[in-house]
Design a protein around this ligand. Structure first.
Ligand code: HEC
Length: 187
């Protein structure tokens, strides 16, 4: 009898801790998978499409950061999450870092060993688990994010408020955040 009670007790404890762990781990692993996919996709596309001394046009962009933005939107819709790119040196003003995001950027830029951050945020009255990763500059990125006066023509024409140039390899380019709704987080 005592053994039976103990077993039931033990089962309840393991189920409840299991559920809790799964709740946070599930969100984190989903966010890790999404951020990794986006970061790796941009890196491989840039390496595949950017060739030395080629002329960079809007078509080239559509195969690199353009394709990435499209994919991020697709994932966000399919998974019911929010995905955000943010930078202090931004190109698209929609990606301009908020003061809070600028703080995260400063943290990643100061501590190159910091690989990720996680917190909770509230947006439009809803609570989200937020997972953030840094994005670093590689050689192929410089074709469009390198020297100011070497930027492709379409960039100069299209982005009058552009700040996303003069980067060096290894520098922090920005961050990507995935926000996953927390059940029962509505107010
Ligand atoms: C062919 C040109 C091109 C290449 C190569 C390129 N980018 Fe971009 N990138 C752009 C343009 C144009 C935008 C603005 C997109 C928009 O309007 O939303 C952009 C936007 C971004 C953003 C979103 C934040 C912002 O400033 O608006 C990040 C992050 C980014 N690029 C990182 C990279 C990284 C990292 C690489 C290399 C792996 C890279 N880019 C290679 C053209 C390029």
């Amino acid at each position: 009898m005592i053994k039976k009670i103990f077993l039931v007790f033990f089962a309840v404890i393991s189920i409840s801790t299991g559920v809790l762990a799964e709740e946070t781990d599930g969100k984190k692993s989903k966010a890790v998978a999404i951020t990794d996919e986006i970061i790796n996709m941009r890196s491989s596309l840039a390496q595949a499409f950017i060739k030395p001394d080629m002329e960079i046009t809007e078509e080239t962009f559509k195969n690199v950061c353009g394709a990435v933005a499209k994919r991020a939107k697709e994932i966000a819709e399919k998974e019911g999450v929010k995905i955000r790119h943010a930078a202090t040196k931004y190109r698209n003003p929609l990606n301009a870092a908020t003061p809070e995001e600028a703080e995260a950027l400063a943290q990643f830029s100061k501590d190159k060993k910091l690989k990720e951050t996680a917190d909770t945020v509230e947006k439009e009255g809803k609570k989200y688990y937020r997972y953030t990763k840094p994005i670093f500059v590689e050689e192929a990125c410089l074709a469009c994010h390198g020297a100011k006066d070497k930027r492709p023509k379409f960039i100069i024409e299209k982005y009058s408020d552009d700040k996303a140039y003069d980067f060096k390899v290894g520098e922090l380019r920005g961050v990507i955040s995935v926000m996953i709704p927390i059940e029962g987080g509505e107010k």
